[in-house]
Design a protein around this ligand. Structure first.
Ligand code: SF4
Length: 616
């Protein structure tokens, strides 16, 4: 028994339908903690170099952290990871809900999915009983529909994660859905499950999670919940969740509009959190052990559709970025992609890219099979998303992701795709936000905001300035990803200012160990170097050229609060120089052999030297 852990890793071979349990060793628990750190370690060690992401040799890792499923507020995260079919590099993506707790109650800390089944299957875990079952009856069904169907067939006690038709059809930004509206959205992990013919995972557990000092944890948790509920930020965040940031993003000129052609939205009052509450709100919803409950169930009367959300990223990418009229259009698009099983960020980006090509006359109504892909045309957007999920007509091209689609279409269209490393931008424009842009450029999964959200620093330190921004992003990339190691949500820290030290205290009360902030930041540095090493191993020529911003950021913003702002190559070089210096990487952005050894990755250094990826 190791405090904080269920105790076992479940290895599932989908080719042979065999399963085996491996013990979590004290070394694995102490040296690698859990969550995304375990994923990075296992991915580097177990995936063959150069593996095709959609082949049976790729694996999917599903990991909890030592705080997941405990009393600790918002200990509600589970992390999925694999080699991404969208980017060709490292991807992990976390989801909230309830499944992380159920997995630990079944005595499991991680599942490793290997091989590929010949027929559709789902994994059913009920404490020590594990079966790979026929899923032919669910194949072809929507993500949310499948979850309801499995709950009906297995019982409400089961927690279920599913893929939809997009995952089955290997759409490269297919996601995994759980608890109706929680997604591990980014990087196409759903497509990897589809390639393995794994439709769903259902889990039910009844065992306790061992905790070193349960009384101490109870007292600490009670005081932190009191703190959360008495902060000035609590009423607003628990009411509006991330939608509250919509007005602010509009006012400072970072909201994406018409595929990042503008950064202020004339209809923002029709898509913000306040309008959502007035028009479509049904009730609040929260994840496991969460006092904030930042999510919302909504119902659009106009489209007769129920959905969880929309949250800000969906409002930005499927609302203002597509020129949609109101929150009702965003809600129906949100419901569509949830059930099709596609990442709402990359789905929005694919539609926005298509609409810009239509606007510019590069693709026509005929190319889109009769769809008029004009800004704000919700009917065309919905039909186009269905074409993508089914890989029909031009949908097959866009199912490869916006960047790959541009390369297929040609005609210089790559410059209209807003991405880094093949992963589409989240909903924050960076014409006048260099630190945020650097965060996208250097995130270890591609352009994702959660690794380092640095717009506030851009505003306080100067929006045109690159000075000190490398260090800012370096610091944020140490703290934020630790949340996905521990298995907790970042919002109590980010939105209501629970001190980071309280997380360290909770970790020590749960595990009985003596972790320190300093030690955890050093650990975080090791994990960040490891994911960088994975990219270095997997991608020929990886380095500075892969850390570049989208071409659009070099063009002047035509209007709004950031009118005239643009990025220059000099700024980009300054940002990367400062950032690489902070990490003590070389000028090309590669970890040196010495640096890897210094952070405890000696065998990785040796491996990269042997492969000729770095010099000794
Ligand atoms: S703050 Fe929101 S996302 Fe985080 S655990 Fe709570 S309900 Fe889930």
């Amino acid at each position: 028994m190791i405090n904080g852990y269920g105790g076992s890793i479940l290895r599932v071979d989908l080719t042979t339908r065999s399963v085996k349990r491996e013990p979590v060793t004290p070394e694995l628990a102490h040296d690698w903690l859990g969550g995304r750190a375990w994923i990075a370690k296992y991915m580097y060690e177990e995936l063959p170099a150069g593996v095709d992401p959609l082949s049976a040799a790729n694996k999917v890792f599903v990991a909890t952290g030592p705080l997941s499923g405990t009393l600790w507020p918002s200990s509600a995260k589970i992390v999925w990871g694999t080699k991404s079919p969208l980017t060709g590099g490292y991807i992990d993506s976390n989801m909230g809900g309830l499944i992380m707790a159920e997995l630990k109650y079944a005595g499991l800390d991680m599942i490793i999915l290997e091989g590929a089944s010949a027929i559709p299957v789902y994994l059913c875990i009920e404490d020590d009983k594990v079966e790979v079952r026929d899923a032919s009856g669910y194949w072809g069904e929507g993500s949310v529909d499948t979850e309801y169907a499995l709950k009906r067939d297995l019982g409400e006690d089961f927690q279920i994660a599913t893929i939809g038709p997009a995952g089955e059809n290997l759409v490269k930004f297919a996601c995994i859905t759980h608890d109706v509206g929680r997604q591990a959205g980014r990087g196409g992990i759903g497509a990897v499950l589809g390639s393995k013919k794994l439709k769903a995972i259902a889990v039910r557990g009844t065992k306790p999670i061992p905790v070193a000092d349960i009384e101490g944890l109870r007292k600490h948790t009670t005081s932190v919940i009191d703190f959360i509920k008495n902060t000035a930020f609590f009423p607003t965040f628990s009411k509006y969740g991330t939608t509250d940031v919509t007005d602010w993003c509009d006012s400072v000129g970072v909201i994406p509009v018409n595929n990042f052609q503008h950064a202020q939205y004339p209809k923002k009052d029709r898509i913000n959190g306040k309008y959502m509450r007035e028009q479509i709100y049904v009730r609040d919803k929260g994840c496991y052990a969460c006092p904030l409950g930042c999510s919302t169930y909504t119902y659009s009367k106009k489209y007769d559709v129920h959905v969880e959300g929309p949250e800000y990223e969906t409002i930005g990418l499927m609302g203002s970025n597509l020129g949609m009229d109101s929150i009702e259009e965003i809600a129906v698009l949100n419901a569509d992609v949830d059930n099709l099983g596609m990442d709402s960020i990359s789905s929005g980006s694919a539609v926005a890219f298509a609409m810009e090509l239509y606007q510019r006359g590069i693709l026509t109504k005929e190319d889109f099979g009769g769809l008029e892909m004009t800004w704000g045309n919700v009917h065309a957007a919905r039909a186009f998303l269905r074409l993508i999920a089914a890989r029909q007509g031009i949908g097959a091209t866009f199912a490869e992701g916006a960047l790959a689609a541009a390369r297929i279409i040609g005609k210089g269209t790559e410059k209209y795709v807003v991405q880094v490393k093949g992963l589409d931008y989240s909903a924050y424009d960076t014409h006048a936000a260099p630190a945020m842009m650097l965060a996208y450029m250097t995130s270890d999964i591609g352009a994702q905001h959660t690794r380092a959200w640095a717009i506030v620093q851009d505003i306080t330190m100067g929006r045109g300035s690159t000075e000190g921004k490398g260090q800012v992003v370096y610091d944020l990339q140490h703290l934020r990803p630790l949340m996905e190691v521990l298995g907790v949500c970042r919002f109590p820290w980010l939105e209501v200012k629970v001190p980071w030290e309280d997380y360290v205290t909770a970790l020590n009360l749960v595990t009985g160990q003596h972790y320190t902030t300093e030690g955890l930041f050093a650990f975080s540095e090791k994990v960040w170097n490891l994911t960088r090493a994975f990219w270095t191993r997997e991608v020929d020529g990886f380095g500075r050229a892969w850390d570049q911003p989208p071409a659009k950021m070099y063009e002047e913003m035509p209007d709004g609060p950031t009118k005239g702002a643009r990025v220059t190559q000099e700024m980009v070089d300054q940002l990367l120089d400062g950032y690489y210096q902070a990490y003590r990487w070389d000028q090309n952005g590669l970890p040196t052999a010495q640096r890897l050894r210094d952070v405890g990755l000696g065998s990785v250094a040796d491996d990269l030297v042997r492969r000729g990826r770095i010099s000794d």
